[in-house]
Design a binder for this molecule. Structure first.
Ligand SMILES: C[S@@+](CC[C@H](N)C(=O)[O-])C[C@H]1O[C@@H](n2cnc3c(N)ncnc32)[C@H](O)[C@@H]1O
Length: 275
């Protein structure tokens, strides 16, 4: 064997052992660093599967929300009460979906109502019909009767169908309906407000604008205002300027029996599209 060939063989052995060492080292490194490497690897996997699961969850709860929302807009208050009584957890599903929807609105009507109340005497007694998470009561100093189909906190929210509340007659100064005229029997909610309001008491209604678009099957706002007036109110003002909702301000007349056979326009259900 020539010297040159011997040197070549040595080089090859050294290379092989270098390679072996390197691959062993990689193997060891892999093992040594298994927590971080596998964390990083599984991180990669879990990140994508996590976001997939989150997406699926969001889709499911979005679908669930739309289903409950549609139910509330297409049944009577009595049916809605039965629906939630049979499965109270649906109320929270509805409200997380509702909050998600509202987060896309530039302004929330409940904030305008809160501002309106805050600018007046804190001695006014308020009834918040369809209070949701009772934000109104938490935001003002006034005494507020918060009413909804489900109460997560019975010490602050009265659970009932708002067409039949336990409030005393003529006991309330301001009745608020903020996006809550959902049931097909919504006129009975306004009759209940009329019953509990003091003479000259205020009726504040905020509703989704699309429900009042006659071009797309919604109600004519003037017909709605006329019907409320026939119930025993005077229209004080309305604000149709917001893109998302309308605001109506009424005052209960002193003494005047509610008209019978009032022709109420149909308020188009507010159904949300899949995003
Ligand atoms: C769209 S959310 C609005 C919640 C709150 N007013 C706000 O502005 O954030 C309407 C609320 O009205 C309630 N609601 C609908 N029909 C009702 C009824 N017949 N009796 C009591 N609450 C009702 C729903 O359960 C829901 O919480």
């Amino acid at each position: 064997m020539t010297e040159e060939r011997q040197r070549g063989r040595k080089r090859n052995r050294a290379d092989r052992s270098k390679r072996k060492f390197t691959s062993d080292k990689v193997a060891v490194e892999k093992n040594e660093s298994s927590p971080s490497v596998s964390a990083a690897a599984s991180d990669g996997v879990s990140k994508s599967s996590f976001s997939f699961i989150e997406k699926m969850k969001a889709r499911l709860s979005g679908g669930h929300f739309r289903m409950i929302n549609e139910k509330l807009y297409t049944c009577s208050g009595e049916e809605a009460l039965k629906y939630f009584n049979e499965n109270p957890s649906l109320f929270n599903v509805y409200h997380s979906g509702y909050q998600e929807q509202m987060s896309h609105w530039p302004q929330q009507p409940v904030d305008i109502v809160i501002k309106w109340i805050t600018a007046r005497s804190s001695s006014l007694v308020i009834a918040d019909f369809g209070c949701g998470d009772a934000r109104l009561a938490r935001s003002v100093k006034n005494e507020v009767f918060s009413i909804d189909l489900v109460s997560n906190d019975p010490s602050s929210v009265i659970a009932c169908d708002m067409s039949d509340t336990p409030l005393d007659p003529t006991s309330v100064d301001v009745a608020v309906f903020c996006l809550s005229l959902m049931g097909t029997n919504f006129p009975s909610y306004l009759k209940e407000a009329n019953r509990v309001l003091k003479p000259r008491g205020w009726l504040l209604i905020a509703e989704v604008k699309s429900r009042f678009d006659p071009n797309t099957g919604g109600a004519d706002p003037d017909e709605f205002v006329n019907a409320v007036c026939e119930l025993g109110f005077n229209s004080v003002s309305k604000d149709l300027s917001n893109k998302m909702f309308l605001l109506f301000f009424f005052r209960k007349r002193n003494k005047q029996a509610a008209g019978s056979n009032i022709e109420w326009p149909r308020l188009k259900p507010c159904l949300y599209k899949r995003r």
